[in-house]
Ligand binder design. Structure first.
Ligand SMILES: Nc1ncnc2c1ncn2[C@@H]1O[C@H](COP(=O)(O)OP(=O)(O)O)[C@@H](O)[C@H]1O
Ligand SMILES: [Mg+2]
Length: 367
């Protein structure tokens, strides 16, 4: 069972603590993505798993074995870095073979492994080339080849696609996903890019200031963010946030802000939150463009419509605050030009406590 278990993992540099006690269970064969803004402790956490940074406190196990004090080379993990870290004087075949030579594998074994990995990654025509004569995408493939060839228990990736241009990044992202399907190896992948996290992960771990904000599948986090940080971080464009107060009405709890009223779901946690200051989380894709006569319509002022082909982003203001609506364009362009408001179903509005930023209980949106 080659899972990875982190219990209360802490990292301090001298008196400064940068990772504050992380608990995470990565299952065998799972692809887990650590995502968060720059400086939140993703690389530090990954490097502690790899053994490249000492663990200040807590327990790390790989495949059921306590490895806090085990040397990197004996942890049976392989890491792929953003800057590829290839040997410039060695050709592709020798770069891939490097780890096997260190392990004193036989010549035949090395040749067949390099051949196989070359085929898996489409590197066969380039085996004799030096890294300087390869494109960025090919170099990153060599770096992955070097990791794969060792057949490690766990793959660790630290922003492996960040040096590539947008098109290549999308392509390599799909390749990494295919590779994971094929090899089925336990993988922990670090990125600051929420799109990469959403598309690659079985489960996403959202980090912020050295702590975990939430762990869940991409759709769980998208639909049910635990707090305003996660709500604002995942999704593109991010969730709209609107300050409001919950009041009682004949139809149950209603959010009131600046003379507007928005019906909320009739669930106990919202019913008992009457009088509370909240933040409404409204996903740009969950609203419906409404005509002026539509009951329950919230008025917006449109600044700009960006048409992206099949869909459009409407940049507007609601009560003077920025508000984005995402909608389809097919047969709608005339309607969009005159848009002045929207509606949203009560159960699609996410309600957070204004003070703590935590989602009020009981709001579960299923896929
Ligand atoms: N060697 C170091 N000494 C002191 N502080 C460090 C060191 N390495 C990283 N840090 C700090 O730890 C925090 C987390 O860094 P890092 O794990 O690299 O973040 P991320 O990978 O999420 O961008 C940052 O505030 C960074 O400045
Ligand atoms: Mg980093």
């Amino acid at each position: 069972m080659s899972g990875v278990s982190l219990q209360g993992i802490v990292k301090a540099y001298g008196a400064v603590q940068v990772v504050h006690g992380i608990d995470l269970e990565v299952q065998e064969k799972e692809f887990v993505v650590l995502v968060g803004p720059s400086g939140c402790g993703k690389s530090t956490t990954l490097r502690m798993i790899a053994g490249l940074e000492e663990i200040s406190d807590g327990d790390l196990s790989i495949d059921g074995r306590h490895v806090n004090r085990v040397a990197p080379k004996d942890r049976d993990v392989a890491m792929v870095f953003q800057n590829y870290a290839l040997y410039p004087h060695l050709n592709v075949a020798d770069n891939i073979a490097f780890g096997l030579r260190i392990r004193k594998e036989s010549k035949e074994k090395i040749a067949s492994s390099v051949d196989e990995v070359g085929k898996i990654l489409g590197l066969t025509p380039y085996l004799e080339r030096r890294p300087a004569d390869l494109s960025g995408g090919q170099r990153q493939r060599v770096a992955m080849g070097r990791a794969i060839v060792r057949r490690p228990k766990v793959f660790l990736f630290d922003e492996p696609l960040s040096n590539l241009d947008a098109k290549l990044r999308t392509q390599m992202r799909a390749e990494i996903k295919r590779l994971h399907k094929r090899l089925g190896a336990t993988s922990i992948y670090v990125t600051h890019d929420q799109v990469e996290a959403m598309t690659l992960a079985d489960r996403i771990v959202v980090m912020h200031d050295g702590r975990i904000e939430q762990i869940g599948t991409p759709m769980e986090l998208f639909l049910n963010p635990a707090n305003t940080f996660v709500a604002g971080f995942l999704g593109s464009p991010p969730m709209n946030m609107v300050k409001a107060r919950i009041v009682a009405s004949e139809t149950g709890p209603v959010a009131e802000f600046g003379g507007n009223r928005l019906q909320l779901a009739q669930i106990p946690s919202l019913q008992s939150a009457v009088g509370r200051e909240v933040i409404l989380g409204i996903r740009p894709e969950f609203v419906t463009v409404a005509e002026e006569t539509t009951p329950g319509r919230l008025p917006v002022e449109v600044d700009l419509i960006e048409t992206l082909g099949s869909e459009a982003l409407i940049h507007a203001t609601l009560m003077g605050e920025p508000f984005v609506i995402r909608t389809g364009t097919v047969g709608q362009m005339n309607v969009l030009d005159g848009i002045s408001g929207f509606t949203i179903e009560p159960h699609l509005v996410r309600v957070f406590d204004a003070e703590t930023g935590q989602a009020l209980a009981g709001q579960v949106l299923e896929q």
